[in-house]
Design a protein around this ligand. Structure first.
Ligand SMILES: *Cc1c(COP(=O)(O)O)cnc(C)c1O
Length: 231
């Protein structure tokens, strides 16, 4: 990472101002939109910058990378897993992360529930949905999301807080927008159908954050616009 702390602060302020402008434009309260720093590929100092600036959480996409990085950071901040999780890494993931955003199948629900139980905790999770039907992305389909939610609600050591998606990579911004709107509609249907509250909609990254905030995102996951391009 070539970014120093002063540059990080400028980047974070610019992003917060941008989010505030978008919120003003679509009538949302900017306090509803959390800025998460995605620290994957960067060292522990990236985590420390995020904490020092006052961000609430960082996102990592690999369990092993996070396991190496976490002891090197002195920061107090929430660690969240945003990348694909293999069931055989579920135990380590439960030890490291404060929340797992990438729960996408019933087998993983059962593994996480068991390990969270063994570690005597209730693990907050988001269900990852492939809302853009992108063959290159993980996530449960919208059609199969109700069954996955049902399994997750039965897991007594998991707390389902909402949904997460990664939009298809496309130059046309309406592609991301329709994936985000689909996720929000799915969330509304699931809340209604199951009588539960699913407040969190984790959607939007550096290139599609605006469409995500307009569609109701409560957590934008930003790496590049905070830390510069990854090698
Ligand atoms: C890498 C990553 C991000 C951040 O992407 P940027 O384009 O660098 O902002 C967000 N979400 C997930 C799931 C990621 O893997």
């Amino acid at each position: 990472m070539n970014t120093d702390y002063a540059t990080f602060v400028r980047n974070a302020q610019a992003l917060e101002e941008r989010i505030a402008r978008i919120c003003a434009d679509c009538g949302r309260d900017p306090l509803e939109v959390q800025l998460m720093a995605v620290t994957k590929t960067h060292g522990a100092e990236a985590v420390d910058y995020a904490a020092r600036y006052g961000l609430k959480s960082i996102g990592e996409n690999r369990v092993q990378e996070a396991a190496t990085k976490k002891p090197e950071s002195t920061a107090t901040i929430r660690w969240e897993l945003i990348g694909h999780l293999q069931s055989n890494k579920a135990k380590l993931a439960v030890e490291i992360f404060d929340r797992i955003q990438s729960v996408d199948r019933a087998k993983l629900v059962r593994a996480l529930d068991r390990h969270a139980g063994e570690q005597n905790r209730v693990l907050p999770v988001l269900l990852q949905v492939n809302a853009g039907d992108d063959p290159a992305k993980f996530g449960v389909s919208c059609e199969d999301a109700p069954a996955l939610l049902e399994a997750a609600l039965e897991a007594s050591h998991l707390k389902v807080e909402g949904l997460m998606t990664i939009a298809p990579l496309d130059e046309d911004p309406t592609v991301a927008r329709s994936a985000f709107e689909r996720l929000r509609n799915l969330r509304d249907e699931l809340q209604e159908g199951f009588g539960v509250s699913l407040p969190e909609l984790s959607m939007g990254m550096t290139d599609d954050l605006e469409q995500a905030v307009r569609a109701g995102s409560t957590c934008v996951r930003v790496g590049t616009a905070l830390f510069g391009a990854r090698e």
